[in-house]
Design a protein around this ligand. Sequence first.
Ligand code: HEC
Ligand code: HEC
Ligand code: HEC
Ligand code: HEC
Ligand code: HEC
Ligand code: HEC
Length: 494
Amino acid sequence: MRRLVPKSFFNPVSFVGAAIAAISFGLILFLFLLEAFAGHQKPYMGIIAFVILPGLLIIGLAIAVVGMVFERKRVHVSEDRFPRIDLNNPHHRSMFGFFSGLTIILLLFSAFGSYQAYEFTESVQFCGEICHSVMKPEYTAYLFSPHARVSCAQCHVGSGADWYVKSKLSGAYQVYSVLFNKYSRPIETPVRSLRPAQQTCEQCHWPKHFFAEKQVVKNYFLSDEKNTEWWISLLMKIGGGNNESGPTSGIHWHMNISNQINYVATDSQRQIIPWVQSKRSDGTVITYTLSDGSVTDEQLKSGEMRKMDCIDCHNRPTHIYRPPNESINEAMTLGWINPRIPSIKATALEALVRPFATEEGAMDSIGIFVREQYAHRYPEASRTMKADIDTAIERLKKIYSRNFFPEMRVSWKHYPNNIGHLYYPGCFRCHDGKHVGDNGKILSRDCNACHVILAQKLDRERLHLSLEGIEYRHPVDIGDAWKQMDCSDCHNSP
Ligand code: HEC
Ligand code: HEC
Ligand code: HEC
Ligand code: HEC
Ligand code: HEC
Ligand code: HEC
C-alpha cells in the first residue's frame, strides 16, 4: 500500500476524504444491489443512491486531493510544483496504472449514476411522491385519471434539452419553496410556464385525427326524498381537424391548424373572456366582444392575450377534482350508493361539502353525520338499510379522499374545469350568446351546436328521443332561467 499511493497521501485531511469517498462508494453499491433485488422501488432510495451519495463520493475525493496538495507543499517546500512521473520507474508505472484504472471505474460509475439521476428526476415518483404533502392533490387526481400511465414529465417537460434545463431550474425553486414553506396553498393555476400543447399533448394526440362524434350518457339524481332519476344522452361533435378528408366542423375546429383563435382574459384563472378573435384559413378575421358591458375598456387593456390551444379547454386532463354532485351521481348510477335509501343524494352532498380542516377530521365526521341524519330523520331506514348506509359512507369517504385536500385547500372549487358548462363557465366563457362579432354573428349557445341532445328521460316519464336533436327540458322547473343564465350560475354551488 505504502508503495502504491504517494507519500503526500498520508495526512489526516486526505484520510478523512478517502474515508468519506470509500463509505459513499460502498453505500452506492449496497443500495444498487438492494434496488436490483428488492423489486419494489422506494422513492427516497433513488434520490440517495443516485444524487446524494455520488455527490458525497466526489466531495470525499476532492478533500483527499486537497489534503495531498497541502501535504506536498508542507514537506517539499523547495521542490517543483508538480510531481514528476517517470514511466520507466516501476513504482511510478504501477501507481500510474492504479490511478488510471480507478479513474476509469469512477467515470463509468458517474456516467451510470448521472443517467440514473437524470431518469430519477424525471420519474413520477420524484415529482409525485418526494414532496408528498404538497403534490398529494395533483398526484392523487393523476393516479385516477386517463393519463395515469403518462409520466408527469411527458406533459410538464416534454423532450429537448432547453425545457429540461428550464424545468430543473424551476424545480430547484420549488424544492426551495417546499423546504422553507413558501408555496401557495393551493398551488396556483393556470400554470403560466406550461410548455405549449403542440410539444406535449400533440406528441400523442394527433390534432388532424379528430373525426365524427362520440356519445356521452349522463345519469343524475335529484335532491328529493325519492332521489328522482334523470338521464340525458348527448352526441358530442368532437370532429374538426383534417380538411383533406372533407369539410371541417365540430368542436376541434378551434384546433384545426389552419384556423387560429386569440382571446383576452381579464382574470388570473382565465374565466372571464370579453374579447375573442377568430382567423379562418380563408383569411377572414372576426372579432367578438362581450356585449353586456360588464367589462370596462381598462380591464380589457390590462388583460392577458393568449392563443387558444388544447389547454384552454382540456385544462384538467389529469388533475381532475370532480364536483361532489358528479361523483355522487356516478356512485349512485353504479349502485355503489343505493339510490333506494331515502334522501341519500341530498344527505351525501351535505356530508361532503361541509368545511373540514384536515382529511382525518373529514373521514371521522362523514360517517357520524350520515348516521345521525338517518337516526334522526329516517329511524326506520336507519335500521332496515343499515348495511346500505354503511356501504354508502365508505364510498363517500373514498370520494372525499380523492377529490378534497383540505390541508392544501384543494377541491373542485379552486380548479375550474373548462370542458363543458354545467359546473363551471367552460365553453360558455365565449359561447354564452352574449359575444357579438363585428359582422353581427353571435357565438352560438344553441343546445344542439356542440352536441346533439339525442334523448332525455325523467324518472318514469315518457322517453324523449330524436336523432335530429330534441328540445332540452331542465329536470326541475326553473322556467326559462336556463336559457338566459349560465348553468354554472346555479350549479357552481353544490
Ligand atoms: C396529461 C398531461 C399531464 C400529466 C401526465 C401531468 N400533468 Fe400536471 N398539469 C397538466 C396541465 C395541463 C396542468 C395545467 C392546468 C392549467 O394550467 O390550468 C397541470 C398542472 C399541474 C400543477 C399545478 C396545479 C394545478 O393543478 O393546476 C401541478 C403541481 C402539477 N400539474 C403536477 C403534476 C405532477 C406531480 C404530475 C405527475 C404525478 C403531473 N402533474 C402529471 C398536465 C399534466
Ligand atoms: C405520452 C402520451 C400522452 C400525452 C403526452 C398526452 N396524452 Fe392524452 N391520452 C393518452 C392516452 C394513451 C389516452 C387514452 C387513455 C384511455 O383511453 O384510457 C389519452 C386520453 C386523453 C383524453 C381522453 C380522456 C377521456 O376521458 O377518455 C383527452 C381529452 C386527452 N388525452 C387530452 C390530453 C391533453 C390535453 C394532453 C396535454 C396536456 C395530453 N392528453 C397528453 C396519451 C397521452
Ligand atoms: C374548444 C375546446 C377544445 C379544444 C381547444 C380542444 N378540445 Fe379536445 N375535446 C373537447 C371536447 C368538448 C371533447 C369531448 C369531451 C367529452 O365529452 O369527453 C374533446 C375530446 C377530446 C379527446 C377525446 C376524443 C375521444 O374520441 O374520446 C381527445 C384525445 C382530445 N379532445 C384531445 C385534444 C387535443 C390534443 C387538443 C389540442 C390539439 C384538443 N383536444 C383541443 C374540446 C376541446
Ligand atoms: C376563447 C373563446 C372560446 C371558447 C372558450 C370556446 N370557443 Fe368554440 N368557438 C369560438 C370561436 C371564436 C368560434 C368560431 C366562430 C366563427 O368565427 O365561425 C368557435 C366555434 C365553435 C364551434 C363551431 C365550429 C364550426 O363548425 O364552425 C363549435 C362546435 C365550438 N366552438 C365548440 C366549443 C366547445 C365545445 C367549447 C368548450 C369545450 C368551446 N367551443 C369553447 C370561441 C371559443
Ligand atoms: C359551445 C358548445 C356547447 C353548447 C352551446 C352547449 N353545450 Fe352542453 N355540453 C358541451 C360540452 C363540451 C359538454 C361536456 C361533455 C362532457 O362532460 O363530456 C356538455 C355537457 C352538457 C350536459 C351534461 C353536463 C354534465 O357535465 O353532466 C348537459 C345536460 C348539456 N350539455 C346541456 C346543454 C344545454 C341545455 C345547452 C343549451 C342551453 C347546451 N348544453 C349547450 C358543450 C356545449
Ligand atoms: C336558476 C338556477 C339554475 C340554472 C340557470 C340551471 N339549473 Fe340545473 N338545476 C337547478 C336546480 C335547483 C336543480 C335541482 C337540484 C337538485 O334537485 O339536486 C337543477 C338540476 C339540474 C340537473 C340534475 C341534478 C344534478 O345532479 O346535477 C342537471 C343535469 C341540470 N340541472 C342541468 C342544467 C343545465 C345543463 C343548465 C344550463 C343549460 C342548468 N341546469 C341551468 C337550477 C338551475
